[in-house]
Design a protein around this ligand. Structure first.
Ligand code: SF4
Ligand code: SF4
Length: 109
């Protein structure tokens, strides 16, 4: 499945409702502030599709292990100030991101 298909669906489902978006799916954050959802999108797809669960917990564990550990915002002791201040769009909307990715996958099956 083409990454663009996933991205367009995520924009439609999440970015269009995000407090940092323009209401129609575009992000208003500057390049310097870029959302982890954008920065790590290919790895996020891979991470979500590697989990199969009816609960969100294993998806969150995979997010912390695969994305947050390589994100510039997380310190070596596992803390993230951006997450703590609810400023990470990926973390804030993660259950919706998981649902959107699983929906695209199911649609393609
Ligand atoms: S902050 Fe993240 S979730 Fe929000 S509009 Fe920008 S890319 Fe989408
Ligand atoms: S929660 Fe923090 S470490 Fe994880 S992706 Fe978001 S900004 Fe990066």
């Amino acid at each position: 499945m083409n990454l663009d298909v996933y991205w367009r669906y995520v924009q439609q489902k999440i970015c269009s409702k995000c407090v940092d978006g323009d209401g129609i799916g575009n992000c208003r954050l500057s390049e310097r502030e870029e959302c982890a959802l954008k920065t790590h999108f290919p790895q996020i797809i891979h991470t979500v599709l590697s989990v199969k669960s009816d609960t969100i917990t294993p998806y969150i564990t995979a997010l912390r292990e695969n994305i947050c550990t390589v994100c510039i915002h997380q310190s070596k002791d596992g803390k993230c100030q951006v997450r703590a201040s609810v400023d990470c769009g990926l973390d804030r909307y993660y259950p919706l991101v998981v649902a959107a990715i699983e929906e695209v996958k199911a649609e393609a099956a």
